[in-house]
Write a protein that binds this ligand. Sequence first.
Ligand code: CMP
Length: 440
Amino acid sequence: MRLPQFAIFAQGTVAHEFIEFDVRAGVDRARAGRLITQLEQTPVSAGGVNLVVAFGADLWRRLAPDEVPAGLVDFGGIDGLDGKRVPATQHDAFLWISGSTSDVVFEHSREAMKEVAEVATVATEQSCFVHRDSRDLLGFIDGTKNPPQLEAPLAVLVPPGEPGAGGSHVFVARWIHDLDKFEGLPVADQERVFGRKKIDSVELSDDEKPETAHIARVEIDDEFGDELEIYRRSVPYGTLAEHGLYFVAFAADPSRFDRMLKRIFGLADGKRDRLTDFSRPVSGAFYFAPPLSLLGLKEEPLHEREEILRKIPLFERCSAHELRFIAARAEPHEYPASATLCKQGEKGGDFFVIVGGRAEARRDGSLLRTLGPGDFFGEIALIDEGPRSATVTSKSELRCLQIPSLQFRDVISQNADIAVRILDAVTERLRALLPPTQAH
Ligand code: CMP
């Protein structure tokens, strides 16, 4: 499984900053996007804060056209009953930085902005805080219905094997509360608006809970009646003049957001969430938070690597898209003569493609084959996750492209031609290891 952006699930932080970016006019959007993916690798994420990076549909499509998850679109807005609505305020990219104190979060937000200032401008920014025991400013505990930590990844991540696997769809909307109006209600009535008790978040019984209660509106089920989960990470914000909730939610499938919003705004069954009488969204956008392995995309070397890959027989039938997919996963490495690249009996490691120089594969000290430019090795242990079948040593200076094991699996599962060529080689290598048999 690909690694997700762990910060989606980070708990215990009290300071939050949300930033939406737009790519500057005239800047190459793919280059801008790649620079934004670098934020995960810079001091921004290493300095004691959590960072989630997400992209709008257009920018992500330009960055990784083969990794666009089903349903990723710009947010189109919602026009609900009684003039209640969610405006569409889509931007190109989204950052969420969270940490233990506001100064650290502020410093890192500035750092992040400086890193991308050349290609992007801040469209919106919002600092938020955790209020008491994770209560919304309206006084009710937020996120009570979230899946527990161990189940959250299932609810949130695009499943393995699909484009964008390991990533997550994000919905972001800033709500402004009318606190005076809400606080004017007796607590029992406030509880009917939410559908929960204020003090301890216990759900009202079905008899007490109105159909228009907030929690009755935000729960959505599949056709078998099983709940479709949305992972909420919303936090309050505000000044005395304007305050509310910065709503942030993650899901494996964006249609859950649509269904939830339609139920809240009365478009599903003519019933509108009563909370919308006390709070109104003033922004709304969809983003995609890719898995970690698709972040940190480097700038131009990709192009150079695509050229190198194109000349290697293993990849000769790949389309330009496929080459880009592989290039994004391959790292160039250079070795002096006599370096051991894989050692018989050891586990794990990379898949190697020789770009220049020579190497030898030996088993129990006996030479199996000399390998040169265009040859590859290291596939056997990655396929069966067993020990290396041979030791491979460089016989001259050696230049290789290396693909880590998880990414190697990605590459072969995406391209049948490569899989067949590797199978051919494995079969030939297997026969070389067997004692000769006589044909009859
Ligand atoms: P792996 O077992 O992962 O690590 C050692 C590699 O040596 C192995 O994958 C193959 O890529 C390579 N290898 C093993 N046997 C042969 C062979 N007979 N000819 C060429 N290469 C081989």
